[in-house]
Structure formats: structure tokens, C-alpha cells
Design a protein. Structure first.
Length: 177
């Protein structure tokens, strides 16, 4: 049934929740193209997200991200990993909801902290290492109400393997669509 759904499948959630890992696997299983909004911006600008933030700042990044989502919402039948902060913009949220189904990959904040500590390329988390966990918690609390508005929520556990998460997403899609 879900393969007849022509809209996009949007994976949303906090940074390091698994969107960029789960997305390609889900797309392959559903026989759909995969797109990552952060990768789109990197290709379009020729800069990594961290470099773009450093050179132009968060406001300009959000403008680029908004334009990216506007373009993507016009395309159909894709699996798309959406940047963690994109959903706090009401216009982005409306575009996602109108052009597809949103799936929140809900990962425990402690697991996010653990994953982020292994990755130094997160531009919103640069600076004092001792305060990184607090910044993550605060950002998570700020964004979580937006993530909770998703059509489907998938609870991700620290020991889940990506294929198991994909299977759970497909099961939920079959019930929802």
C-alpha cells in the first residue's frame, strides 16, 4: 500500500538521531531516491555545513535550508532526511506536511549526546566542550515540540540496528497509509 503513496517520506529529528543512516536504507527498501537536505546544501554551496556556518552564520544557513525545502517539496516519491532545525520554521513545516508524511526518529537525548561527542563537525555545538551536553539538551527541548507534530514517531533505542528501524518504519507506514 505505501508504495502507491506518491508523496515524500520526510525523516525528521534531532542531529545524530540517524536520519542520514536510516534514509538511504529506507529509500532502497521502498525503491525511491534518497536526498539529504544538508548534503544538498553542501553540493549547492561547495562548503561543508560547518564551513558554511563559520563563513555565513546560522541565519544564512537557515535561509538556504528554507530554499532547499521549498524546492524539495515540489518533487514527489522520495525519502528525504531533513536537517534537525528545519522544522522550527512554520513555512518549512507546512511544506513538509503538504507534500508528504513526516516521520520523527525519536532518539534518547543521552544517546544523542554520546553520538555527537564522536562527531566534531556539528556547527551549533562548537565551543566549550564542558557545556556541549547542556547545549544539546537545551536545543533538544526547544525543538522537540516541533518533532512531536510528526505523522509517525519511531522510538529509536541505543542498541537498534538501522535495518530494524527501517522495518519498524515500513510497518508503521503500512498501517498509516
Amino acid at each position: 500500500m505505501f508504495n502507491k503513496f506518491g508523496g515524500n517520506i520526510y525523516l525528521i529529528g534531532f542531529m545524530a538521531s540517524g536520519k542520514s543512516t536510516i534514509g538511504p536504507l529506507l529509500a532502497k527498501k521502498m525503491k525511491r531516491p534518497f536526498l539529504d537536505t544538508d548534503e544538498w546544501i553542501e553540493v549547492e554551496t561547495g562548503l561543508s555545513i560547518a564551513e558554511f556556518f563559520q563563513k555565513y552564520g546560522e541565519a544564512e544557513f537557515r535561509r538556504k535550508e528554507n530554499n532547499c525545502i521549498r524546492k524539495i517539496a515540489e518533487i514527489n516519491a522520495m525519502v528525504i532526511a531533513v536537517g534537525g532545525g528545519a522544522v522550527i520554521n512554520p513555512a518549512n513545516w507546512l511544506r513538509l506536511k503538504q507534500s508528504g508524511i513526516t516521520i520523527y526518529l525519536k532518539c534518547p537525548v543521552q544517546e544523542i549526546i554520546k553520538r555527537v561527542n564522536k562527531d566534531s563537525s556539528r556547527p551549533l555545538l562548537t565551543g566549550d566542550e564542558s557545556q556541549k551536553a547542556d547545549r544539546i539538551r537545551n536545543l533538544f527541548l526547544e525543538r522537540e515540540p516541533f518533532y512531536e507534530m510528526a505523522d509517525i514517531t519511531i522510538e529509536c533505542q541505543p542498541n537498534d540496528i538501522p535495518e530494524t528501524t527501517v522495518k519498524r518504519i515500513i510497518e508503521k507506514l503500512e498501517v498509516t497509509l
